[in-house]
Each structure stands twice: as structure tokens, then as C-alpha cells.
Design a protein around this ligand. Structure first.
Ligand SMILES: C[S@@+](CC[C@H](N)C(=O)[O-])C[C@H]1O[C@@H](n2cnc3c(N)ncnc32)[C@H](O)[C@@H]1O
Length: 260
């Protein structure tokens, strides 16, 4: 199941660096308005996230949480009182600064190079962030290095490419109506089509199998779940929290436990 490892071409290196720069620029620019424009912060989503974090804390070896791609800190704020230390890590210094009350410690860094010691973290979370990354190779190795044995990686709320490929026409119509790109552009003049598309590198779905394969080969027990929960009131009512096959649900949730 592991992803075919090949050397980066010059084009890969160039694209990887452009995607990172675009994310830094995009989230620096939107830092003061992110929570307002994103609009996914329903109380239902926060309650569900809190329950998920309670479960992770109960199963983790200790109380250090590292949230990568922390953004406005929705994960770390939902984790308040559950962990001894909540670290928010993001490539955008400005978005961390604008939401510093949401975590105990903010770190400006790239997920490909986590500035933490080996085996020092109990839970790593990554919410709605995988689709902003160029690839998952370095991220997977860094997760394996940073987590303690028994530590847990949890990622959620990115769309799998299988679902996108199957429903791309319907999704294109949905995106025309619910136009996130236009919403970001209207709030922030720096954001144009190119910056948005580069920052949303995986907007047409992520290859979750590649990440799962990487983690599996690095000694994790990995459980993927495909679901609809937390997108909005209508889909919450229609689909609930039920796990489905990846052909029938957009969101991929991954829990990976580092084997002892
Ligand atoms: C869609 S936001 C999600 C933020 C938050 N997790 C949430 O759910 O609201 C994606 C975040 O990932 C960050 N990001 C993108 N690429 C990154 C990278 N290579 N390293 C660290 N953070 C990155 C962005 O700056 C942004 O804050």
C-alpha cells in the first residue's frame, strides 16, 4: 500500500515551493478575516470536535497536543482543558498571531519540518489542511518521528479524490453556487485566482491512500473513515455521522496510532 517513492523532479521542487509560498501569502493576507469568511464554525462542528478530542486524549499516552495547519485555532480551542500543552503550528505567522488566544504556544513552521524533538508529542491533529499540501511524504516521516509510541495522528475534513472524480460535475455546480474563491477575493484584494488555486492545491481531492500507505509502512495502525459530518446543517441531517465507502462520502478522516 505504500506510496511509490521517487526522486522529486525540478518541476516537483518548484511546485512544492510555490504551494508553500502561496499558503503563507494567502493566510497572512486573510489572517484578520479567516474565521468570518470560512464559515464552517457551527456549534455542532465544535461539539463534535470536542468529543473527538476527548476520545483522543483518553487514548493518548500523555497530554501534549500539536495541531498542524492550526489556522484560526478551531482544534486547539476545542481542546481547551483537555491537554496540558496545546501547540498551534502554521506556515503563516500572521494567522497564528491573530489567534494566539486559541493555543498555549504558537509555532510558525512548515509541516514538512516539525520543530519538535523525537517522540515528544502525544497527539498530532490536522484539520482541513491536507488539501493545502503538495505531498505527504515528509509530513508522514515527521509525524512518525515526533509522536511517542502509542501516540495518535488524527486528520479530518479533506475531500478524497475518489469522491471528487465521481461527482465532479455536481461539485462544480455546488462550487459555482457556494463560491468560496469569490468570497475570499471579495474580502482581501491580494487574493487572486492563481494564489487561491495554488493554496488550495488539493481542492480536487487528496490521495488519502498515499498518506495511509506511508503511515502504514512507518509502523502505524491506520483507520480511515469516509463521512459527511460537519459540512453543514442539511448534510448533517441527511447523512449524520455514519461511515460510508469512499465513493459515497466526501470527507476523509484518518486515525493512525504509532505502534509501540
Ligand atoms: C484551511 S486552513 C485550516 C485551518 C484550521 N485547521 C481549521 O480547520 O480552521 C489550512 C491551514 O494550513 C496552513 N498551511 C498550509 N500549508 C502549510 C504548511 N506547509 N505547513 C504548515 N501550515 C500550512 C495554512 O496556513 C492554513 O492556516
Amino acid at each position: 500500500m505504500s506510496e511509490d517513492k521517487r526522486e522529486d523532479t525540478e518541476q516537483d521542487k518548484w511546485d512544492r515551493s510555490r504551494v508553500k509560498s502561496a499558503n503563507r501569502e494567502f493566510y497572512d493576507a486573510i489572517s484578520g478575516h479567516y474565521e468570518q469568511v470560512d464559515g464552517r464554525r457551527s456549534d455542532t462542528l465544535k461539539r463534535w470536535l470536542r468529543l473527538t478530542l476527548e476520545d483522543l486524549r483518553a487514548k493518548a499516552p500523555g497530554g501534549v497536543l500539536l495541531d498542524i495547519g492550526a489556522g484560526g485555532g478551531v482544534v486547539t480551542s476545542c481542546a481547551e482543558g483537555l491537554f496540558n500543552l496545546r501547540i498551534g503550528l502554521d506556515i503563516s505567522q500572521k494567522i497564528l498571531a491573530a489567534h494566539s488566544a486559541s493555543f498555549d504556544h504558537g509555532v510558525t513552521a512548515d509541516v514538512d519540518y516539525l520543530p519538535v524533538s523525537d517522540a515528544s508529542v502525544d497527539v498530532i491533529t490536522c484539520f482541513a489542511t491536507l488539501h493545502h499540501l503538495y505531498s505527504f511524504d515528509s509530513l508522514s516521516s515527521e509525524i512518525a518521528r515526533a509522536l511517542k509510541p502509542g501516540g495518535i495522528f488524527y486528520s479530518d475534513h479533506d475531500m478524497d479524490a475518489t469522491f471528487y472524480d465521481r461527482f465532479k460535475i455536481l461539485l462544480a455546480i455546488y462550487r459555482k453556487i457556494n463560491n468560496a474563491k469569490a468570497a475570499y477575493k471579495s474580502v482581501c484584494g491580494v487574493i487572486d485566482d492563481e494564489l487561491y488555486d495554488l493554496s488550495e492545491w488539493g481542492q480536487d481531492g487528496i490521495d488519502s491512500g498515499a498518506l495511509i500507505g506511508n503511515l502504514d509502512s512507518l509502523g502505524f495502525s491506520v483507520e480511515p473513515v469516509f463521512h459527511w459530518y460537519g459540512l453543514g446543517r442539511v448534510t448533517d441531517i441527511l447523512f449524520g455521522q455514519k461511515a460510508r465507502s469512499k465513493r459515497w462520502a466526501p470527507l476523509v478522516s484518518i486515525r493512525a496510532v504509532k505502534r509501540r
